[in-house]
Ligand binder design. Sequence first.
Ligand code: SER
Length: 311
Amino acid sequence: MRRILVTGANGQIGKVLVAELRRVYGRDSVLATDIKKSAENNEPYEFLDILNENRLYEIVHDHKITEIYHLAAILSAHGEWNPLKTWNINLNGLLTILELAKKKDIQKVFFPSTIAVFGKTTPQVNTPQDVPLLPETVYGMSKVTGELWCNYYHKKYGVDVRSVRYPGIIGYQSIPHGGTTDYAVEIFHEIIKNNVYTCFLDGDTRLPMMYMPDAVDATIKLMQADAAAIQTRSSYNLSAMSFSPRELFTEIKKYFPESEIAYDPDFRQEIAAAWSESIDDSRAHKEWKWKPSYDLARMTQDMIENIKKLY
Ligand code: SER
């Protein structure tokens, strides 16, 4: 019997992933955990600080957990405000979970990595899978190291751990905090409410992005794939679309012709400038049949339709 635990379940991806996992596997098969309780009903739920190793062990045993989707982390921008705390949270939770898997207390682990693993020495256009990784944010450093630990636990102990490098994720279900790609969600809310948005990135900074349904679909597909198909045990490149703030605004303006944008780059511009523009994710296509459904136009239309309902 499959019993899933999701850490960071109230985060941007967690909320939507938990709902979809419950739709697929049944409500009681998916335990949401977080250090915050969500306003919505997200039962079954347990409070969990990912650094509390004993509590994590207890929850895994009490709920007879078989799989963990380990989403709890501090993102790129907030990570720079508190580097050591970020390192601690982003890495030590993962190591506890990998140890549980090594002891066969759980059977499968999902670890989200990110485009933040790339750095100034990485080719930026159509970035291949195996490239130099020299990130300069603590978030990126912690995720590269996490990927290496995943690969190590798989090769050395046979742990079934799977991972993707998420691009910036866009969804209407929540407003993300702490990331560098957050502008691509904020812009929709601000333009729908006020017809104007001031972007914290420069207009021409192209980044890889993905609409939430594709991110959730990729995650579940990867976890459902035959173990033999998963040849990459560090983390898979993953991609759907790439655009700059200017290109996104041009698309949104088709729906709001009166809207305006201004650019006022802050410290996040430097973070974004070191990341890739576009990603070669052919290995994910080949090994576990990944295929995105949303491009810029379709994503924009769906975001607008859904965010309009909120205001
Ligand atoms: N969305 C993340 C961030 O901006 C990237 O993984 O930090």
